[in-house]
Write a protein that binds this ligand. Sequence first.
Ligand SMILES: *Cc1c(COP(=O)(O)O)cnc(C)c1O
Length: 427
Amino acid sequence: MSLFNNITYRAVLDSHLFSYTEGTLCCEDVRLDTLAEQFGTPLYVVSRQSLVNQLRAFEAAFAGLPHFTCYSVKANFNLSVIRTLAAEGCGCDVNSGGELFRALKAGVSPDRIIMAGVGKTEQEIEFGLTSGVLMLKAESVSELRAIDRVAARLGKVANVAIRINPNVTAETHPYITTGDSKEKFGIDEAELGEVFDLFRTLPNLSLQGLDMHIGSQIFDPEYYVAATQKLLDVLETTRLLGFDIRWFDIGGGFPVTYDPQKPATPIGRFAEKIVPMLEGKGVTVIFEPGRFLAANAALLLTRVLYKKKNHAGKEFFIVDAGMTELIRPALYQSHHEVLSVLRHETGVVADVVGPVCESSDFFARHRMIDDAAEGELLAVLSSGAYASVMGSNYNGRLRPAEVMVDGSEVTLVRRRESYEQLVQNEM
Ligand SMILES: *Cc1c(COP(=O)(O)O)cnc(C)c1O
């Protein structure tokens, strides 16, 4: 096949932090082949500076608004990732007791943590309240009653935001749209009357915020405009009813580029629409970006085990990472760029597949890939969000190690799992 160097270059997604130096893919100042030697594969490689840069870009875009950015920990819950973003001024949005535990372990102050979750157990509610989180985001009338019950038992008044389902169907993958009335998330507008009555009658609840989250990887700012308008209408109502709302939470969902052919809408385009709507409203706006901060801050480094060609001429690269490390292609048919760590002058059209016993275990299909040899390294880009956090031990697979690169410094931020750890909780 012909030369396609420029394709390879363009494919290093809008990031100078993963780029080729003298024909070798690097993370910041560190060669990826060196990391593979030192830590083995598969390996998640996180660029610290990339996390910081994304957060700074986000903060710059929304600088015009009084706001509080809470990193959505579910995107990448590694303690070092949380710590990096918290050190830059982020709060945290957690979705379960486990994520709350992680955020606290990472040293995030509880009054900078907000707690979501469509199905919080009473134990999780209690954990949130006793930790002193900034607020709980409630998603149903029954949950509000449960929060009141737990708060009463603890002798506390719970600070609560209500997550409203704005009934806006954001155009994204159906598994990641969340603001549609068909979905399980949020409180339906028709129920708001009952909700406000509850806040007036139940003594252990204090309504502090309004909240929404319409989905993920949303390219069109107009969905935010429509949903924000609905939330503003609810704000108006709460004021007429005498509630004093401090927090106006419009959730996450801001997009990143996975496929260079489909570049994400720049964050500034969202700010242009959202900032004027919320200026001077007397509330602090909360944002909950996850993917936007983490997705392109890491890649998954993997080794080519075997190459093979079938009778129809189809080629396969069989690599040592699979859907157990990055399930997004299997789950959402999502696109991830796959690059050879060493650049080659020639390419081949192939499928890049993992070792797991499922046909959906692939990273790329019918894709032009640098013609790396068996034993060489490939990098699966955009593996910083919804990658390791969705990992599993299926097929007896061990969870990979994770390293964080900062300039020329490398830190192991998660040890590779061992066989013993696979069975440690079984008797
Ligand atoms: C998943 C989630 C987010 C983060 O979504 P991204 O698309 O990663 O920005 C924010 N808020 C809530 C409530 C979520 O469930």
